[in-house]
Structure formats: structure tokens, C-alpha cells
Design a protein around this ligand. Structure first.
Ligand SMILES: *Cc1c(COP(=O)(O)O)cnc(C)c1O
Length: 451
């Protein structure tokens, strides 16, 4: 048997003792860390100087070199009211003085109860009625899938065991959530651990599914109004309300993934409000805590909840949970997030900023021959870049990646999806900051898309 000596826990790593300079921070990262969705050979290349963020305030972030950036994608779509918002900071500090985390299995806690009540209060009476907490978008989806499946099993329709998802959908990266995913580059390779999903490109195709007529479909999962990861692709107007009707006609649960679109991003508190429909299951995460802490929630109706009632011996319990379910700090942050919406008239601000963003993007598209198209809904935008002659770049050129890399030199941090540059400004941005963000994209496109 091979045995190994482990460094003693009492030996302190001397490098940890003092505040590190930017070079040492970058080295630590490159030596020990593995980043999501990141080509690590390129990242670890000595030529690459990773940006290590050390501080934020409002729409700004600072790196270890003291360079300032606008947070053009709201820290991967999570942040809403800016960094270090005094109300959220304070709410977390206050909760910390009581308790940070307690088990949600067998006990409840104060902020989790208050938050559940407030969340349910955001929907018309008699619709969504119960909140099931988890940790992030992917787990909110896992909860919805398992809840739907078990609901049908114990409520007279065990044959309903299939899920429908749409082409190019993105619902997260855990095995269950990525089974629903339709982005080839991300999802295809994990086929062996995926469950089978009925994938359709449109509502029309959904109507042709034999499983639909055979009553086999448990639920349909969709990002309402806009598919974020699918390069900010908008659904046709009316599609969602028609989908709701189809689900009702066929006894199918409508599962909405509002992990990106929830909490004002599209101009209304939730995207589905715009088509006046209510889901059977609603998945929330990213912006739930204002972008502060990992917390997610799957909301559902009284009908689904009642389908799990019975004596313990009847075994109708929902056997699902995580160690951090109902995290008190996260719930306290989320309560503060919602209070900011009320007190600062955030939705009005979002609508004004959305107009400003649209105007700036129209200007950019008119001026720049390398911008072929942009798509926008509220404060979600995607800008497609192409060659001078209007032809798309070869994907190997990684033009989008290089454009967002270049934009850092002009003070903007954001992400590309292929050759689509995304902009999802925090709601605290000023109109000047929105103009600066679009300006940085324009300069970066000019510098990179010379071909
Ligand atoms: C980000 C995202 C997810 C996954 O959320 P995680 O918190 O990253 O697990 C799921 N669906 C949509 C629409 C998202 O944008």
C-alpha cells in the first residue's frame, strides 16, 4: 500500500500571512486554481496576466493592479444594484450578528420564512404559493425536474416521465440541468450522464411530438422571452402565452427558468409577466441575493405542494435537499435586494437605462460595419461582430473572446458568447456609464475586427 506524508495543518503557508501584491496573486491563481469555462493551458501561460479582482463599488470593479473596470456583465449576470450596496451589506452584517447558517432540515430560520412570504407576495394570489430553496441556478432546475416527476408519480400519472426542452437552451451544468441543455459545445460530450430529453426547436414542433399526444410529457422547460446563453435570442411575441395554453390542454407542467430574466432584467420584475402567464414551477437564482451570495429558489403552486402531502408512512415526502438549503445570510441579502426594488423604484430606473442602452447600441450598429446585428431585452444585450464585408469570422479566430479581452484596456469587463458580445449592466449604472460600456465595445471591435 502506498502511503503519503501530508503537510502538517499547523504549518502556516507564509505567503498567506500578508496582503499579496498583484503578481503573487496571479501566480497563486495560476498555480492552484481551475476556472469554469476556461481553457486552462492558455490561462496558465506565463504570458497571460489574469485579472484578479479585489474590490467593487457600484458598477465598478478594481483589480489587484488598481485598474478600474465597469462591470459590463454584472458579474456573470448576478449583480443587480451594484457592488457594496449599503442596504445589502448592512443586512448581511446584521444577520451575521445572529447566525450565518443553520440546517433547513428539521428547523426553520427567520430570514428564510420572511423571504418566502415576500417572494410569494410578488405573484397574483392563488398562483405560486410555496418556496423550495437551493443553492444556484442549476440546483433550482434539478428541484423543479424532480418535483415534477414525483408529483406525477404520486398523483395518478406515473406515465408522465419525459421533459421537453428547446434547441440551444441553457439551464445549468449539473448532470440533470445539462441534460436539458441544447448548446452542442457545452452539453453534447456529457451525453453518457444525461437523461433523455425531448428537444424541440419551436412551439410548432412541440405540437407534433408523439409523446405529447400519448400523455407522456411531465413538463416543458423554457427561458421565457429570451435565451441568454443562446447569444441573447428572443422568442417570438406571444410564444410563451401560447405555450401556457398548450401545457394546460395537455396536462403538462410549465417550468420557467427565470434564473437570468428574474428580478427586473427584462424590464418587469419577471419576464413571464409580460405575457400575463404564470408557471407551475419557477426557478430563480442569479439576482435573487442582488448578486451577493449563492441562493436559489424553486417556487410552485398549492396544487403541486398538496400532491406531496400524506403521512410519513405513505412516503410522499420530497426527498431532496442540500447542506446549505435556506442559508440565512443569503436569505437576508435577498430580503434587502427586494426592499431596494421597493424603495429605489428600480424597475423605473431599469426602463430608462434600457432605452439608453438601446439608443447607444443602435448608434454602434449604424457606425460600425463590423456589427451586423444586436438584440436587446431590457438590460440584456448581445452584439454580433463580423468581418468588414459582413461575413462571420472563423470560430477558431476567437474574435469575440479577443474583443472582450481588448475591451478591458478600455475599462470594461464583460463576456462574449462566440462572436456575440454581451452587455448586462447593473441596474445602478448611470447613463454615462452605459455610454462608456458601449463605447468600450466599439473601440475594442475597431481594434480587433480589422479583417
Ligand atoms: C446561469 C443560468 C443557469 C445556471 O445557473 P447557475 O447558478 O450557474 O447554476 C440556468 N439557467 C439560466 C437561464 C442561466 O442563465
Amino acid at each position: 500500500m502506498v502511503t503519503m506524508d501530508f503537510p502538517s495543518c499547523t504549518v502556516k503557508n507564509p505567503r498567506m500571512a500578508t496582503e499579496l501584491d498583484s503578481r503573487s496573486l496571479a501566480q497563486l491563481d495560476q498555480q492552484f486554481c481551475w476556472h469554469p469555462f476556461t481553457a486552462m493551458q492558455e490561462w496558465c501561460d506565463p504570458e497571460n496576466e489574469p485579472v484578479i479582482l479585489v474590490r467593487g463599488e457600484g458598477a465598478y470593479l478594481w483589480d489587484a493592479n488598481g485598474r478600474r473596470y465597469l462591470d459590463g456583465n454584472s458579474s456573470i449576470w448576478t449583480n443587480l444594484h451594484g457592488h457594496r450596496h449599503p442596504k445589502i451589506d448592512e443586512a448581511i452584517r446584521r444577520q451575521l450578528e445572529k447566525v450565518a447558517h443553520v440546517s433547513y432540515l428539521g428547523t426553520g430560520n427567520e430570514p428564510a420564512s420572511l423571504l418566502a412570504a415576500e417572494l410569494i407576495g410578488l405573484f397574483p394570489e392563488g398562483t405560486l404559493a410555496k418556496v423550495f430553496y437551493s443553492d444556484d441556478g442549476s440546483t433550482a432546475i434539478e428541484v423543479a425536474l424532480k418535483m415534477a416527476l414525483q408529483f406525477w408519480q404520486q398523483n395518478g400519472s406515473p406515465e408522465k416521465d419525459r421533459f421537453v426542452a428547446f434547441g440551444n437552451a441553457y439551464h445549468g451544468d449539473t448532470a440533470g440541468a445539462s441534460s436539458l441543455g441544447g448548446v452542442k459545445e457545452f452539453h453534447e460530450r456529457f451525453g453518457p450522464v444525461h437523461f433523455p430529453v425531448l428537444r424541440v426547436e419551436s412551439l410548432e414542433e412541440l405540437l407534433t411530438l408523439p409523446e405529447l399526444k400519448a400523455g407522456r410529457v411531465a413538463g416543458v422547460v423554457i427561458e421565457p422571452l429570451v435565451q441568454g446563453v443562446n447569444r441573447v435570442r428572443l422568442w417570438p411575441e406571444g410564444m410563451l402565452s401560447r405555450l401556457r395554453e398548450v401545457c394546460d390542454e395537455h396536462g403538462i407542467l410549465l417550468i420557467l427558468d427565470e434564473i437570468l430574466t428574474g428580478f427586473g432584467r427584462t424590464g418587469t420584475m419577471f419576464a413571464h409577466e409580460q405575457e400575463k402567464v404564470v408557471p407551475d414551477l419557477l426557478c430563480l437564482a442569479k439576482g435573487l441575493t442582488g448578486g451577493y451570495l449563492p441562493l436559489a429558489a424553486t417556487l410552485t403552486t398549492q396544487r403541486i405542494f398538496d400532491g406531496f402531502l400524506g403521512t410519513p408512512q405513505q412516503m410522499r415526502t420530497f426527498f431532496y435537499g442540500h447542506s446549505y438549503t435556506g442559508n440565512a445570510l443569503g436569505c437576508a441579502a435577498a430580503l434587502a435586494n427586494l426592499s431596494i426594488f421597493r424603495e429605489e423604484d428600480t424597475l423605473r430606473r431599469i426602463r430608462l437605462l434600457s432605452e439608453c442602452l438601446g439608443k447607444e447600441l443602435r448608434g454602434l450598429a449604424e457606425r460600425s460595419p463590423q456589427v451586423s446585428e444586436f438584440r436587446q431585452l431590457g438590460l440584456i444585450a448581445g452584439v454580433d461582430v463580423v468581418r468588414n464585408d459582413g461575413i462571420p469570422f472563423e470560430w477558431e479566430e476567437r474574435i469575440g473572446f479577443r474583443v472582450t479581452g481588448k475591451a478591458r484596456e478600455f475599462g470594461l469587463l464583460t463576456r462574449n458568447i462566440g462572436d456575440t458580445i454581451t452587455l448586462l449592466p447593473p441596474f445602478c449604472s448611470t447613463e454615462d456609464q452605459i455610454r462608456e460600456m458601449v463605447g468600450a465595445v466599439e473601440k475594442a471591435v475597431e481594434a480587433i475586427c480589422t479583417g
